[in-house]
Design a protein around this ligand. Structure first.
Ligand SMILES: C[S@@+](CC[C@H](N)C(=O)[O-])C[C@H]1O[C@@H](n2cnc3c(N)ncnc32)[C@H](O)[C@@H]1O
Length: 336
């Protein structure tokens, strides 16, 4: 198996099941982000509306549909082995073979965290049915350790949009609308994942210096974003043609080069976040809330004021008011 090092990161040109067994120790990877071949006979699903297929790199290795179940089980077992306890895995899957991936995941100890829907543009062109424009992203964890989830890595818990909705809540909903990248005239892999999508998974589920692995590198998109975000990267690509061509692009990616372009979240934790409520806190909350409403405040403004006065997040205030039998209006986040 050909092994290449790029700026301290090691990549393997070979099958990920054989390669992981030979080269990656147990419990050594912090995060896996991967997009396996789809096992679709006839290849039609890869033809995207509005894409010039001449620029799609050849050499992509597909898995026969008849082997897909067994193949999924074998690579997912390896992924489970190499993940550290508490490590996370995101698997991007179309719907055709989704059941094989879900079945394989259930054969392991990996535990579901979220089933995410990624809605993209440039779906598969159809004329007699709806256009297919989503993928599934299965977000699982390996039990036995603390899972990294950087809650405020992109939006502070208190940040509001122009409609006063929580930006943090919106960013963490499990339907993601992220466009594919339009790269006219450039080499691309079939189903190359957009950097924006990869950035989101890597920001929430890893820290700088962590090891991020992609079992199916394709265009090295996971590795490029991981290195750009100052993570360590590794992974496998079985096709020599794809591997040789796309690894070259990684050489130009400086460690941490994407960090300065990231949005700076306004965090500022409320001072009493997470502190258990006492009976006296609850009494104060109810009395002050009643007083503010009686003085003509809206419920929304009263909750904001109480958040500041009691050093707690808005969601925590709403949740506690509800527990005390107060109706606070529209549905908000769960406060966890
Ligand atoms: C869907 S593509 C990955 C695309 C990639 N995420 C990107 O953004 O470019 C799947 C890749 O897995 C490769 N592949 C197929 N079978 C493999 C195996 N057993 N081990 C490693 N790579 C494999 C294919 O050649 C293909 O490049």
């Amino acid at each position: 198996m050909k092994v290449e090092e790029v700026n301290g990161n090691i990549f393997y040109n070979g099958d990920c099941i054989v390669g992981a067994r030979a080269h990656i120790p147990d419990d050594s990877v912090d995060l896996i982000v991967t997009d396996p071949p789809y096992g679709i006979n006839g290849d039609r699903l890869h033809h995207h509306y509005n894409r010039d297929e001449r620029f799609v790199v050849g050499g992509y290795v597909e898995v026969p549909a008849s082997d897909y179940g067994d193949f999924s089980l074998r690579w997912i077992r390896e992924a489970e082995r190499i993940l550290r306890p508490g490590g996370s895995i995101y698997i991007v899957s179309g719907y055709t073979n989704l059941y094989h991936i879900l079945h394989a995941l259930r054969e392991t100890r990996l535990r579901e965290v979220n089933h995410i829907i990624w809605r993209y543009n440039f779906g598969v062109y159809t004329s007699r049915k709806y256009v297919s424009s989503h993928y599934h992203i299965l977000f699982y964890e390996k039990p036995g350790g603390e899972r990294t989830f950087n809650l405020e890595s992109r939006y502070g818990a208190g940040e509001r949009g122009p409609d006063s909705g929580s930006l943090n809540y919106r960013d963490r909903e499990d339907v993601w609308c992220i466009n594919r990248e339009y790269k006219p005239g450039q080499a691309k892999n079939k189903n190359e994942l957009p950097a924006e999508l990869l950035t989101k998974m890597i920001q929430y589920s890893s820290n700088e210096g962590d090891l991020v692995c992609d079992m199916f590198l394709g265009g090295f998109s996971t590795a490029k974003v991981a290195v750009g975000l100052n993570r360590r990267a590794t992974g496998f690509e079985v096709s020599e043609q794809v591997f040789d061509l796309r690894i070259e692009e990684l050489r130009d990616i400086g460690k941490g080069c994407l960090l300065s372009a990231l949005r700076n979240p306004r965090t500022g934790e409320p001072e009493n976040r997470g502190r258990p409520w006492t009976d006296a806190d609850r009494e104060t909350l109810l009395a002050r809330f009643t007083g503010l409403i009686e003085s003509g405040e809206t419920k929304k403004r009263a909750i904001e004021t109480l958040g500041r006065e009691l050093g707690r997040g808005r969601w925590a205030i709403e949740k506690m008011l509800k527990k005390q039998g107060v109706r606070t209006g529209g549905r908000r986040g769960d406060g966890t």
